[in-house]
Design a protein around this ligand. Structure first.
Ligand code: IPD
Ligand code: CA
Ligand code: CA
Length: 301
């Protein structure tokens, strides 16, 4: 496969990448035909593409790594007592898929859980694959070996001021009427180049890893949404934590990922908003321009 790095040996990510690409092609086939959408909860959608993709990934992983556990969004719970566990989102972005908006992905993240680790503790993320079948883009990473987009090393961006950043977020489908994210969205949108809401958390994290986005946050995600993307971000040089800067966990109900340089500024704004304190007023376009000019002059007026 041409889009795998050739000069590093990726023990887990390479076989998983072949599986993700195969699953992605399957999804794309469904996308090009007409596939029925069902509700699997009050507001959550599911399709035959989600289920078929998970079935395929499950079979292929079992054949390649018979000892490994699998925890999949569509219900797979296999061998969860083992040392390795894959978190699988067989189709991240089902709402987009169902509405024929071409932004969705396959996400596979591998956790190593040393013997004796308590059930509620996280192991270490060791391999990651996110595949976008519409653009044929493959994001892979392995612990300590870097992150790659279509075989080329990727790094998070160098933007260090929120006012010049492009960010992403998403809105949870469940309990969305109680979620405060619209307020964060408004503030960050008006203080930056903008906030995209494209609808695939795994791709949002992959784009943060490769520098298309400078930061991304979301509430109420699951391990299958974030396991792969979290390792992509850290292996590309970025940071991922909860909103208060405490360590990211697979069951974190908050995720803040950035290029590392913007982390403090965003954490500060979120902290002030959650505390109910008023923020400094949003700079006018003229103030934005003056700040940029001053930075370009090395801080001199
Ligand atoms: C969803 C997507 C979306 C995010 C949702 C997720 P799904 O996953 O990642 O971007 O905003 O919260 O549930 O349901 O399409 O796999
Ligand atoms: Ca998902
Ligand atoms: Ca999904």
């Amino acid at each position: 496969m041409s889009n795998i790095p050739v000069d590093v040996e990726l023990t887990f990510a390479e076989p998983a990448a072949h599986i993700a690409v195969e699953a992605g092609k399957l999804i794309r086939g469904f996308y090009e035909s007409d596939v029925a959408t069902e509700y699997k909860g009050e507001v959550d959608l599911v399709t035959e593409a989600d289920r078929s993709s998970e079935r395929l990934i499950r079979e292929r992983l079992l054949a390649r790594f018979p000892e490994h556990g699998i925890f999949g969004e569509e219900g797979t719970r296999d061998r969860l007592e083992g040392e390795y566990r894959w978190y699988i989102d067989p189709l991240d972005g089902t709402t987009n898929f169902a509405h024929r908006f071409p932004v969705f992905s396959v996400s596979m993240g591998l956790e190593r859980r040393p013997k004796g680790l308590a059930a509620e503790e996280d192991g270490e993320l060791v391999a990651a694959v996110v595949y976008d079948p519409m653009r044929d883009e493959l994001f892979v990473a392995e612990k300590g070996l870097g992150a790659y987009l279509n075989g080329r090393r990727m790094r998070s961006s160098s933007v260090c001021d929120l006012s010049e950043a492009l960010l992403a977020t998403g809105f949870p489908s469940r309990k969305r009427h109680e979620n405060p994210n619209i307020h964060l969205y408004q503030e960050i949108t008006l203080r930056s180049h903008g906030v995209r809401r494209a609808g695939s958390a795994a791709l949002d994290l992959a784009y943060t890893a490769c520098g298309r986005f400078d930061g991304y946050w979301e509430f109420n995600l699951n391990a299958w949404d974030t396991a792969a993307g979290a390792l992509l971000v850290t292996e590309a040089g970025g940071s991922i934590t909860r909103f208060d800067g405490s360590p990211f966990r697979l069951d974190s109900r908050e995720v803040l990922a950035t290029n590392g340089l913007l982390h403090k500024e965003i954490m500060y704004l979120f902290g002030e908003m959650f505390a109910g304190r008023g923020l400094e007023s949003i700079p006018t376009p003229a103030e934005f321009a003056a700040k940029r000019a001053s930075r370009e002059n090395g801080g001199k007026k």
